[in-house]
Design a protein around this ligand. Structure first.
Ligand code: NDP
Length: 237
């Protein structure tokens, strides 16, 4: 299942966290991988040196830069749209520019990157978007902007699954719960509260999310499309 030799993969947001784990898993499985980054050039260079993947600077909030980076990757077999930002806070006081940037990175970018990848993608390709359990459930206050963005990618996934399905291309959304990364450290201030909502009370490892992504990218998953695959330790049940 985990032989991706000869496959061309792009990961948006591969310099850190879940995206870096996905880059590591695909390169270890023999794929030719490129990944984008924006604010972390040193981390990107380290992942590239470690894995042999190609790092491409492209800010997901900049539509032209993003589309050019995806187009520059050529005919992909697999596109993983992982880059995302989280901003919690009272919507009555949250800076409107911060909210709009979150929407640019978490919603507009997955739409444009998914469409551009599909334009050039080989038949039987795969598009996988990293959403969140917060696309389905909002268990605490202060998540409106983030939750709206993760609900929106469900619609992008279902829509593109219909648009590209005749070519054998599948499109799915992976919805993690808490994952131990810079965005949501296992030792962070929210950890105890989050674990209290989970059947399995711990953060996931980024490697566990990457393993699900590789399954969805494999030939075994050829008939799974338009779905949301939640991997949240039971947070959303
Ligand atoms: P991190 O903050 O640890 O890493 C985010 C990655 O996205 C980095 O590689 C970063 O690159 C990249 N990125 C962010 N903004 C941009 C941008 N404007 N342009 C290009 N790349 C960008 O986050 P995680 O690994 O935790 O999160 C990855 C995805 O998983 C996100 O979509 C997030 O919403 C989702 N998720 C995470 C959960 C968690 O608990 N950690 C839970 C549920 C979902 P750089 O630093 O180079 O800009």
């Amino acid at each position: 299942m985990n032989d991706f030799s000869g496959k061309s993969v792009m990961v948006l947001g591969g310099s850190r966290g879940i995206g870096a784990a996905i880059v590591r898993h695909f390169t270890a499985a023999g794929a030719k991988v490129s990944f984008s980054y924006s604010g972390s050039p040193d981390a990107a260079a380290a992942v590239a040196a470690e894995t042999g993947a190609t790092a491409v600077k492209a800010d997901s909030a900049n539509r032209d830069e993003l589309i050019a980076a995806v187009a520059g990757a050529g005919a992909l077999d697999i596109m993983v749209i992982n880059a995302g930002v989280a901003k919690m806070g009272d919507p009555l006081t949250l800076d409107a520019d911060v909210v709009d940037r979150l929407i640019d990175v978490n919603v507009r970018a997955p739409y444009h990157a998914g469409v551009e990848a599909g334009r050039r993608m080989n038949d039987n390709g795969r598009i996988i978007i990293i959403g969140s359990v917060n696309g389905d459930r909002v268990p605490v206050a202060g998540l409106t902007a983030y939750a709206l963005s993760k609900s929106a990618v469900q619609g992008i996934g279902r829509g593109l699954a219909r648009d590209f399905g005749a070519r054998g291309i599948t499109v799915n959304v992976v919805q993690p719960g808490p994952v131990d990364t810079d965005m949501n450290p296992a030792e962070g201030p929210l950890a105890k509260m989050l674990h209290g909502m989970m059947a399995i009370p711990r953060h996931a490892h980024a490697d566990e999310i990457a393993a699900l992504v590789l399954f969805l990218a494999s030939p075994a998953a050829a008939m799974i499309t338009g779905t949301t695959q939640t991997i949240d330790g039971g947070m959303g049940i």
